[in-house]
Design a binder for this molecule. Structure first.
Ligand code: GLN
Length: 472
C-alpha cells in the first residue's frame, strides 16, 4: 500500500529512484481509488485507454537515465486541454465526440517528461461557472463533503487530486477557475501570468484572460509543475518571449498589502474573514510587514470581467456552427443548421453568455459597454503596477464563501458570479495569483488565502506561499 494521502511529486520521484515502488504500482493504486470513488465524485469523465503505453514510456526513461522529476507522475487533465487522439469536449454536448488532432503546448511539454495522463476531468461547460454544475455530463462533488460543490470551472481536476485520484492536475483560468476550486478542495492552485504558458491547444473561452494553471498538494509541487509548463511558444501570439522573461527581478521586499475596502463588501462570510485575519497574523509571524492599502479600482474588476469575458465568449464560440466541429443537426438551410446545432449543443449558461456578449458588442452598445470596460481594465492594471513598486503582493481570501451546497446558486447567476469577486483583479491585470490552504472549519471544510503578485513574479508567490505553509 502506498500512502497516497501524504505523497507529493518530490516524494514519488524519490520513491521511483529508491525502488520503493514503480510507476506501474503507483498508477495501479490511483486506478483503484478511481474505481472506488469516481462513481460518487464524478471527477473524471474518462480514464485514458493508453495508460499502459504511457507507463512503458516512463519506465524506459528511468532505465535510459532521461527521467526528470515529473517522469511517471500521474496527472489529471481538464477536459479543455487538447491531448492528441483523445476526446476534449469542454464538457459540452457540442464537442461530445471531438477528438483532438494535435497536442496542446502543455501536453507536449509534459509528454516529453514522461508524465502519465490518467484521464480527462469534468468542468463547467466551456469553463463557464464556479461550481462544475454547468457541465453537460453531470456535477462533480466535493470530496470533503459530497453534498457540496468542488468549485469551478476546473472542479473535476481539483476533486481528482483532493480525493487521491491523481497526484497533481491541470486546470485553466479565465477568472478564478483554478484558485477557487483549489480553495474549496484544500489544494494549492496557481493562476499563471498571462502569456507565461502557451494557450495553443486550449479550447478558448475569453482569449485575453485564459491561462492554464496547475493544482498541487503543496507549493513545491505547483512550482515544479509551473516550471515544466512555462516557456515561449511561437504558436501563441501572446506568449511572452525569452528576452522579457530574463529581465532582472527586484529582490523581495517582505511587504504585503491588504486592500481593506475590497474586503468590506456585502456577501463575504464572517468565518472566511476571521480565517483571513488569522492568516495575516501568521504572515506577520513569518516576518512579513502587513499593511492596509487603498486600491480603489479593484472593486470594479468583477463588473469589468463580466463585460469583457462574455464579449470574447460570444466571438470564440461562434466557430461551433455544426459544420466544422462536433455536433451537427440537419436543417432546411444553412441558418437552420446553425440554429439547430447550436441550440442543441450549448447548455443554458453558454447560451446566456453568448447572448450577453452579442449584445455588448452590438452596434450602439459597443462603446458604452465593451470600450468602457477596456478602459477600466487599463486603470486597474495601472493602479496595480504603481502599488507593486512598494509591495511584493496583496492578499485576500480566495473566495468569499466556503464550498456551497450543490444547487444552492445554480439558479441565481449573479450570486454565482460573485464567487469570482477576489479572483478578477489578477486576470484583468494579466498577473499571477495563488490560492493556498489556510485551515479548516470545525466541520472540516477548507479555507484558502489568495496572494497576488506582479507580472511574471510567480517566484514571489512561491516564496511567500512556502513561508505561509509552514505555519498552517
Ligand atoms: N467563474 C468564472 C466564470 O464563470 C470562471 C471562469 C474561468 O476561470 N474559466 O466565468
Amino acid at each position: 500500500m502506498i500512502d497516497l494521502k501524504n505523497l507529493t511529486i518530490k516524494k514519488a520521484h524519490e520513491s521511483f529512484l529508491n525502488g520503493d515502488f514503480t510507476v506501474r504500482q503507483l498508477v495501479d493504486e490511483y486506478l483503484k481509488v478511481i474505481n472506488e470513488k469516481n462513481p460518487t465524485i464524478n471527477a473524471y469523465l474518462e480514464i485514458y485507454k493508453d495508460i499502459d503505453e504511457q507507463i512503458k514510456n516512463a519506465e524506459k526513461m528511468f532505465t535510459d537515465g532521461t527521467a526528470t522529476i515529473l517522469t511517471g507522475i500521474p496527472i489529471a487533465l481538464k477536459d479543455i486541454i487538447l491531448f492528441e487522439g483523445h476526446i476534449a469536449s469542454a464538457s459540452s454536448k457540442i464537442l461530445e465526440n471531438y477528438v483532438a488532432t494535435y497536442d496542446s503546448f502543455v501536453v507536449e511539454k509534459f509528454k516529453k517528461q514522461g508524465v502519465i495522463f490518467l484521464g480527462r476531468t469534468n468542468m463547467d461547460e466551456f469553463a463557464m461557472g464556479s461550481s462544475t454544475e454547468t457541465s453537460a455530463y453531470g456535477v462533480t462533488r466535493n470530496p470533503y463533503d459530497t453534498s457540496r460543490v468542488p468549485g469551478g470551472s476546473s472542479g473535476g481536476s481539483a476533486a481528482a487530486l483532493a480525493a487521491d485520484m491523481s497526484l497533481a492536475s491541470l486546470g485553466t483560468e479565465t477568472c478564478g477557475s483554478v484558485r477557487q476550486p483549489a480553495s474549496f478542495c484544500g489544494l494549492v492552485g496557481l493562476r499563471t501570468t498571462y502569456g507565461s504558458v502557451s494557450r495553443s491547444g486550449v479550447i478558448a473561452m475569453g482569449s485575453s484572460l485564459d491561462q492554464v494553471g496547475p493544482f498541487g498538494k503543496n507549493v513545491n509541487d505547483v512550482e515544479i509543475l509551473f516550471d515544466a509548463m512555462t516557456g515561449y511558444d511561437p504558436k501563441d501570439s501572446t506568449s511572452i518571449n525569452d528576452e522579457m522573461r530574463l529581465i532582472k527581478k527586484d529582490p523581495i521586499k517582505k511587504r504585503i498589502g491588504v486592500p481593506r475596502e475590497f474586503l468590506s463588501g456585502e456577501g463575504i462570510d464572517k468565518d472566511v474573514l476571521k480565517n483571513f485575519e488569522e492568516s495575516c497574523d501568521k504572515l506577520k509571524k513569518a516576518g512579513y510587514e502587513i499593511v492596509d492599502v487603498e486600491l480603489p479600482s479593484i472593486k470594479y474588476s468583477l463588473a469589468v470581467y463580466y463585460i469583457i469575458m462574455p464579449a470574447e465568449v460570444s466571438s470564440n464560440l461562434a466557430r461551433y456552427d455544426g459544420i466544422r466541429y462536433g455536433l451537427h443537426e440537419d436543417g432546411k438551410n444553412l441558418y437552420e443548421v446553425y440554429t439547430k446545432s447550436r441550440g442543441k449543443g450549448f447548455g443554458k449558461e453558454a447560451r446566456r453568455r453568448i447572448l450577453l456578449g452579442t449584445y455588448i458588442l452590438s452596434h450602439g452598445y459597443y462603446d458604452a459597454y465593451y470600450n468602457t470596460a477596456l478602459k477600466v481594465r487599463q486603470i486597474i492594471k495601472d493602479e496595480l503596477a504603481l502599488f507593486f513598486k512598494d509591495f511584493d503582493a496583496f492578499i485576500t481570501p480566495t473566495a468569499p464563501s466556503l464550498p456551497f451546497k450543490l444547487g444552492e446558486k445554480l439558479n441565481d447567476p449573479v450570486s454565482m458570479y460573485l464567487s469570482d469577486i477576489f479572483s478578477a483583479p489578477a486576470n484583468l491585470a494579466d498577473i499571477p495569483a495563488i490560492s493556498i490552504p489556510s485551515g479548516k472549519t470545525e466541520n472540516g471544510l477548507p479555507f484558502g488565502i489568495q496572494i497576488t503578485a506582479p507580472f511574471l513574479r510567480e517566484d514571489i508567490l512561491f516564496t511567500i506561499g512556502k513561508d505561509f505553509e509552514k505555519l498552517v
